[in-house]
Design a protein around this ligand. Structure first.
Ligand SMILES: *Cc1c(COP(=O)(O)O)cnc(C)c1O
Length: 462
């Protein structure tokens, strides 16, 4: 299995190098050269299997000879052992034909644990074999950083530095980043906002001397291995509702387009998915684009579903690559236009996108109202991101085809919004109830590239 860049100018890589690199050197994103197929009989055989068994079947063809069968199985088993639910990704029923896929039973209470826990194990296994170390640097608005720290803490071949905007993440998110005690974990509170964090991260990746010198590796949502790990729960949930004999649809609360793109990969592999619905909050650039209005940046407006507050949706580039017939030159040109504000999508590409994706957007008031309405109708307490999904799904689902909405975070991760909507304070699960008592460890850093580089060089091991 080989991986190519969406901009067509970076070297073709194996799974191992794709995973360890993150971002392609031409600025593009890696995608598999071809999509492996799983036939109906093999999908049917997943009925009754454990999440780990399904994960192995779905992901194995993408990994090539990077891992032996036994190594890969062991990584999967270790990745999900720490989840707080035996089914890993259980489903609850919200209404006739509408199901909620709970993806928040991992160690940091958001779906990002599914991918991050696995790539922690994959990185460690590959690096230990090569006798190599890497320095992981990530930028986060909250959920990615806590999931990355939780996944890489204590792993001997990795240092992990996470940049988060000082004072702008929730207390639960901050404490999840600042309370791990392992020496290889470094939480950096940057004086700036999330865009500053992302900009400094990009600067570091574009500084090839620094990048190669510290063995910089990226684990943000553009890392192909993260997308891959998310393909699994599309299969496990669809099979539980009767696939491949019955088609299902999915609605996905979307920001960087990683999670929904994993659904598209599942469909391309042969899973009978009817509709993939993108749900956005008031930051609705994707909804506007899929409605045919082009892809034009505005200002990010803070919302009660902050993990979806984006203007540039990085994984959308992968969808564009396929919609433009895998023409890397065309994608590179669109991304150039984006630097000066945005681009229009060609008619042919628009048709290709609309063939796979539908979309909806939800206002702040409707998000709150949905949290209250779902609680009243079902006793399920939704986080605001999941509520955006449920609201859109209610408008998009059609009789006869089950709709599965992805619940992307636990309500206790966003207690203020949940309490404002319902007057209920969502408690943390018992296994992390002492989060507020653990001592915190963090470093304030300026919004300055040279200072950041110096800090990382001084504080990584070796
Ligand atoms: C990251 C995140 C999202 C958005 O997922 P993408 O893959 O970036 O589209 C939605 N909800 C929550 C809670 C998240 O943490």
């Amino acid at each position: 299995m080989r991986y190519v860049s969406t901009r067509g100018q970076a070297p073709v890589l194996t799974f191992e190098d794709t995973m360890l690199t993150g971002l392609a050197r031409d600025g593009g994103l890696y995608v598999p050269e071809t999509i492996p197929q799983i036939d109906a009989a093999d999908i049917a055989a997943m009925d009754g299997q454990s999440y780990e068994q399904i994960a192995y079947t779905v992901m194995r063809p993408f990994v090539g000879d990077t891992f032996t069968d036994d190594e890969f199985r062991a990584c999967i088993d270790r990745a999900y052992a720490g989840f707080g639910h035996a089914a890993r990704a259980p489903m609850v029923q919200l209404d006739q034909g509408h199901f909620l896929l709970e993806l928040f039973h991992g160690p940091t209470l958001a779906f990002k644990d599914f991918a991050m826990q696995l790539i922690g194990q994959l990185f460690q296994t590959a690096l230990a074999r090569r006798g190599d170390r890497v320095t992981i640097v990530g930028a986060t608005s909250g959920d990615t950083g806590s999931a990355a720290i939780e996944a890489f803490r204590g792993l001997s071949n990795v240092d992990v530095f996470i940049l988060y905007p000082h004072g702008r993440v929730s207390e639960v998110q901050r404490r999840q980043m600042t309370t791990p005690v392992e020496d290889n974990v470094h939480a950096l509170a940057l004086d700036g906002d999330f865009d500053d964090c992302q900009a400094r991260l990009k600067d570091m990746f574009n500084d090839f001397d620094f990048r190669d010198g510290v063995g910089l590796a990226g684990v943000n949502s553009i890392n192909w291995a993260r997308v891959l790990a998310q393909v699994v729960y599309y299969f496990s949930s669809a099979v539980a509702l009767g696939a491949p004999a019955r088609k299902v649809s999915f609605t996905v609360p979307t920001g960087n387009f990683g999670d929904i793109f994993a659904g598209y990969i599942a469909k391309r592999m042969g899973l009978p998915i009817d509709r993939l619905v993108v749900a956005t909050n008031q930051n609705d650039i994707l909804h506007r684009c899929l409605a045919g209005q082009g892809y034009h940046k505005g200002d990010t407006i803070p919302s009660i579903s902050p993990s979806m507050d984006i203007q540039v949706s990085s994984n959308f580039e992968r969808a564009l690559f396929d919609a433009y017939g895998r023409d890397g030159g065309a994608v590179a040109q669109l991304m150039d236009e984006l630097k000066s504000g945005g681009f229009d999508v060609s008619q042919g590409a628009m048709q290709a996108l609309q063939e796979h994706y539908a979309s909806g957007r939800v206002s702040e008031d409707d998000t709150s109202a949905q949290i209250a309405a779902t609680l009243a109708a079902t006793t399920e307490l939704l986080c605001p991101h999941s509520a955006v999904g449920v609201h859109v799904a209610e408008h998009q689902r059609v009789a006869g085809t089950p709709m599965i909405t992805l619940a992307t975070a636990h309500p206790a991760k966003f207690p203020a919004a949940v309490e404002a909507a319902t007057s209920l304070h969502p408690p943390l699960p018992p296994r992390m109830a002492d989060l507020y008592e653990r001592p915190e460890r963090l470093t304030r850093v300026p919004n300055d590239l040279d200072a950041l580089k110096a800090h990382i060089i001084a504080h990584r091991a070796q």
